[in-house]
Design a protein around this ligand. Structure first.
Ligand code: AMP
Length: 200
């Protein structure tokens, strides 16, 4: 089974091959075709399983026809528990984004750094990777809008809950369009993760 056989476009497959990803990992085989079809996905996958590429690749494929937008609307929101994961996820999106015909600017936002540069830079962004608290601060400053959001991704959902982000996440869900694709990745499937899967 190759990445091409999973339904990914040639331009993306070429970049995947340069990364020496010889064959898709199990989570990628399972998730990529479903995400490409626009379905919701609940992936139980720990770090190291290849879960990041399992959503980054099909999500980017869905942004191929994207038109440049000079506004504060984002197409894709990835919620992550930590600054480190935000940077890692941004890097994977940035690496593969080169395989798109049109650009889809990517940005990561998190707390612990000044908010002003983030407010300014949040213009024309397609994929926003964010920790929940800083995202809400940016929402309160009108720096980002979600009316056109297509896809919500929760990465390390179990850690988001363990770190006490439930309330922030509920506030964020309430801001998003009801019709959207939901992708949830978690290392474990505990009751609480099932709960946010239902709520998100
Ligand atoms: P992740 O679980 O997303 O943190 O990915 C773990 C590591 O596996 C990263 O360094 C990826 O670059 C690498 N990786 C992801 N998919 C593949 C693949 N199909 N073949 C080889 N390496 C991969």
């Amino acid at each position: 089974m190759s990445f091409k056989a999973l339904g990914l476009p040639t331009t993306l497959v070429e970049i995947i091959e340069k990364q020496e990803y010889n064959a898709p990992y199990p989570i990628q085989k399972a998730a990529i075709p479903e995400i490409l079809k626009g379905r919701d996905v609940l992936g139980i996958a720990p770090t190291g399983s290849g879960k990041t590429a399992s959503y980054v690749l099909p999500v980017l494929s869905g942004l191929r026809q994207r038109k440049e937008a000079k506004n504060r609307q984002v197409d894709v929101l990835v919620l992550v528990p930590t600054r480190e994961l935000a940077e890692q996820v941004k890097d994977v999106f940035t690496l593969f984004e080169k395989g798109l015909e049109h650009t889809a600017p990517i940005m990561a936002v998190y707390g612990g750094v000044s908010i002003n540069p983030q407010m300014k830079a949040l213009f024309g962004i397609s994929v926003l990777v964010a920790t929940p608290g800083r995202l809400l601060d940016l929402v309160d400053s009108n720096a980002v809008q979600f009316d056109k959001l297509q896809t919500l991704i929760l990465d390390e959902a179990d850690k988001l809950l363990n770190l006490g982000f439930k309330e922030e996440m509920n506030r964020i869900f309430a801001l998003l369009p009801k019709k959207r694709q939901n992708l949830l990745f978690s290392a474990t499937l505990k009751e609480k993760v099932e709960e946010i899967h239902q709520e998100s």
